[in-house]
Structures are given as structure tokens and as C-alpha cells.
Ligand binder design. Structure first.
Ligand code: GAR
Length: 199
């Protein structure tokens, strides 16, 4: 099988990254994780990826200051050096410029902890609770210039319970994130989900 070469971009603990690494161990999985890249050298996920035998690179965004594109050129160089076909953002907390997004259009996936188009941006669980939502969830989508938008690949919901706190709701959502991200990556790697602008 001609497996797609995938890079996972992280900023933190990397539990979604681990779910992708675990899924990709299956013989019939159409993608392999060839690189984990973080903009934070101290991201806990980097150690977890190394322990799993995956190549890791840290590119600290801070020395680049305001020059987001220069940071992204460094990112892009690494992705090309590792002959990456698809990029999965997994808790990667940097906004990307239209230069980078355009370069990887249709090959750049993100997971967001909400039922998009609801609750774009940060603190989604708190906002779902404050807004009295009855259901909440997670979405995997292709990345476009407008953040937390773009064609949806996979989405699943969970109930919001009366006694939920931000933490209990986040944990319930996270458990479905770990399932739908590998499913969505499979769909893209097999060509069953394609980028179609405006969908
Ligand atoms: C996940 O819940 C992911 O959906 C979210 O950050 C968390 C990362 O956790 N992403 C965003 O909020 C992106 N806007 P992880 O590092 O354990 O995968």
C-alpha cells in the first residue's frame, strides 16, 4: 500500500497526536506519521512522539517575532524535507497565514473541540456550558484562511449533562476527538474526502 506521509503539528500534550500514531500502526491504515513538529520546544507531546519512535522537530516561533511567514517557511522546509503529503493540526495553537494555508490547501486538516460552525475560537467548552448548549462535540475539517472554518470531514456530538463542568465536558469531547481524527485522516488519505471549496 502506498501510504500517505503525514506530519502532525502540536503545541501541547499531544493526545490527538497519539491517537493518530496509534491508528497508523494498523497495517491497513492508509497513512503513516513520519514527523511530529511543535512550535513549543517544551511541548509534552514531543517526548511522547519520540517514545513512540517518531521523528520530531521543534521550531520555536518566538525568535521569528511578528514575522509569521518566516516561521512558516521554516515549518514548510521541514515538511518538504520529510516528503510530507498531509498535515494534521492537533492542538497547534498558532494562527497560520494565507501563504502557508494556500501552499497546503486540501492537504491541511484541523481538529476543533466544538460542533462547527458553533463556537469557533478558544474556550469552547466554557462557552457551550454558558450558552446552555444541549449537545457539544468535535469537528475535523480542511483548513481555509478563515479560522475554524473550511469543509467539514467528520463531526460527532456528545450530550451536555446538567452537572457538567468545563473539565468533564472537555474529557467527553476529547474521547470522541481521538476517534474521529483517525477516521477523518483515513478518509482523506484514501481519497474519500476531498477539499471542495465552499462546502
Ligand atoms: C484538543 O482538544 C483540540 O481539539 C484543541 O486543543 C486540544 C489539544 O489537545 N484544539 C484547538 O482548540 C484548536 N483551536 P491534545 O494536545 O491533547 O491533542
Amino acid at each position: 500500500m502506498n501510504k500517505k506521509r503525514v506530519a502532525v503539528l502540536i503545541s501541547g500534550r499531544g493526545s490527538n497526536m497519539m491517537a493518530l500514531i496509534e491508528a497508523a500502526k494498523a497495517k491497513d491504515y492508509p497513512a503513516e506519521i513520519v514527523l511530529v513538529l511543535s512550535n513549543r520546544p517544551d511541548a509534552a507531546g514531543l517526548t511522547r512522539a519520540q517514545d513512540a519512535g517518531i521523528a520530531t522537530v521543534a521550531i520555536d516561533h518566538r525568535p521569528f517575532g511578528e514575522d509569521r511567514e518566516a516561521f512558516e517557511h521554516a515549518l514548510d522546509d521541514e515538511l518538504r524535507r520529510h516528503r510530507v503529503d498531509l498535515v494534521c493540526l492537533a492542538g497547534f495553537m498558532r494562527l497560520l497565514t494565507s501563504w502557508f494555508i494556500g501552499r497546503w490547501r486540501g492537504r491541511l486538516l484541523n481538529i476543533h473541540p466544538a460542533l462547527l460552525p458553533q463556537f469557533k475560537g478558544l474556550h469552547t467548552h466554557r462557552r457551550a456550558l454558558e450558552g446552555g448548549a444541549k449537545r457539544h462535540g468535535a469537528t475535523v475539517h480542511f483548513v481555509v484562511e478563515e479560522s475554524d472554518s473550511g469543509p467539514i470531514i467528520r463531526q460527532e456530538s456528545v450530550p451536555v449533562l446538567d452537572d457538567d463542568t468545563e473539565e468533564t465536558l472537555a474529557a467527553r469531547v476529547l474521547s470522541i476527538e481521538h476517534r474521529i481524527y483517525p477516521e477523518a485522516l483515513r478518509m482523506v488519505a484514501e481519497g474519500h474526502a476531498r477539499f471542495a471549496p465552499g462546502t
